[in-house]
Design a protein around this ligand. Structure first.
Ligand code: UD1
Length: 420
């Protein structure tokens, strides 16, 4: 397993191009199953999760080409049975259930896997599909769904922790080919849902209200092929913004969408970081002096859970106490103990982490436990004195395109050490 070796203490400076959004492209890839015609998706990040989703689509009969950040997918002949071993390895794969069922009226997919950040149930996905009239059976690690016809319905999708992003995506996709009108209440408002809706609309779907808590879908008889450019990755942009702030540097994020980053930029500004917005870019300037801030993760447009670990790494550098509360996933503090190996002072009290920042961090070997935790360790390693070895960076490769090369171009001393 590869690892990163980081020599800390370098101030990041320069420009970085933000790649397309991982969380937007995965459901969009699933949506190509809704038509037999060819779909072309541009600005696709070259990530292991994207290649993996491509393999899943191939395993059910789609033709997938991926070249130069463009995906061409033709799902002319698909079967409704997803490969167990492929699907259970990736959470995002659950969103093939809705489109497969809508296209074939029968689908069998295995229960999904993903990052180890909580129990991650799929009850809301199943509720959504059942509301359209599908019969569901969960047995032997598989979900079997069958629906001679799908009927539009009013579906309330709010769960214990608020709306579900991929659950909203699943229902949105299934509803495009249902008979009649589906109203999704307490829908996820994430920009990735708007991007999916834009792609579905380009395929001929009739959708109103994406990006708001109420989405209305009027079913159509069939969808056709379409072209689409994926939105920039707001979490990659946020991670580079935090890295700039943590090293007291100045980094311009090319292609980043400030309108998708409101809560993150607000917290950075509150902690003393300067943000300059210009057409098509965003510049983040740290001045070396950070103030502690409190943050609570929430559904969009609140502070994203996918930026919680990186903010915690930053707060380790801000003299004073900050409280970071995780309200979306219950086990998402695995990075705290690894940050403590670098010298951070963090106490976990229920859903909150109390960070006493300002102690100097010093390099150490650390273990990446999930995608965003890994990013937090890279940020902390760049701000720490000496050498930090971040092990198991395959987690990072799932969601950050060539992270070490992008950081190196900003001046970081970072290298990939190939593992067995
Ligand atoms: C997506 C993102 C992930 C992000 C998360 C929250 C992708 C590929 N992944 O994951 O990066 O961290 O949104 O912004 O887009 N829940 C239920 N029942 C369900 C489904 C979810 O109780 O059936 C709960 C979850 O346990 C969690 C909350 O709802 O507490 C939100 O999860 P959800 O929005 O569904 O996350 P994902 O869509 O899986």
């Amino acid at each position: 397993m590869d690892s990163f070796l980081i020599e800390g203490g370098v101030v990041l400076r320069g420009d970085v191009n933000i790649s397309g959004s991982k969380n937007a492209v995965l459901p969009i890839m699933a949506a190509t199953l809704l038509t037999a015609e060819t779909c072309v998706i541009r600005r696709v990040p070259d990530l292991s999760d994207v290649r993996f989703m491509g393999k899943i689509l191939e395993s059910i009969g789609a033709e997938v080409q991926f070249e130069d950040h463009t995906l061409t997918i033709r799902a002319a002949n698909v079967r409704g049975f997803g490969d167990y071993d492929l699907i259970r390895k990736m959470r995002g794969s659950i969103c093939i259930l809705g489109p497969l069922l809508a296209r074939l009226r029968e689908a069998t997919v295995s229960l999904p896997g993903g990052c180890v950040i909580g129990t991650r149930p799929i009850d809301l996905h199943l509720k959504a599909i059942a509301a359209l009239g599908a019969e569901l059976r969960v047995a032997g690690g598989y979900v079997h769904a069958k629906a001679p016809r799908l009927d539009g319905a009013l579906v309330f999708l709010g769960g214990r922790a608020g709306p579900t992003v991929l659950g909203t995506a699943n229902l949105l996709m299934a509803a495009t080919l249902a008979d009649g009108v589906t109203v999704i209440e307490s829908a996820a408002c994430e920009p990735e849902i708007i991007d999916l809706a834009d792609f579905l609309k380009a395929m001929g779907a009739n959708i109103h209200g994406a990006g708001s808590p109420t989405i209305t879908v009027t079913g159509v008889k069939e969808l056709h092929g379409a072209e689409h450019e994926v939105i920039p990755d707001r979490i990659e942009a946020g991670t580079f913004a935090v890295a700039a702030a943590a090293t007291g540097g100045s980094v311009t994020l090319r292609g980043a969408r400030p309108d998708h980053l409101g809560a993150v930029l607000d917290k950075l500004q509150e902690s003393g970081v300067r943000i300059e917005r210009s057409a098509g870019a965003l510049t983040v300037r740290g001045n070396g002096v950070l103030r502690p801030v409190d943050a609570t993760t929430m559904p969009y447009s609140g502070f994203p859970t996918d930026m919680q670990a990186q903010l915690m790494a930053l707060m380790c550098l801000a003299p004073g106490t900050s409280i970071i509360t995780e309200r979306i996933f219950e086990s998402r503090f695995m990075h705290a103990s690894e940050l403590m190996r670098l010298g951070a002072d963090i106490a976990i009290e229920g859903p909150s982490a109390i960070v006493k920042g300002g102690r100097p961090l010093s390099g150490a070997p650390v273990m990446a436990s999930d995608l965003r935790a890994s990013a937090a360790l890279v940020v902390a390693g760049m701000a720490a004195g000496g050498t930090t070895q971040v092990n198991r960076v395959y987690h990072l490769d799932r969601g950050y395109e060539k992270m070490e090369e992008k950081l190196e171009r900003l001046g970081a001393r970072i290298s990939r050490v190939p593992g067995e």
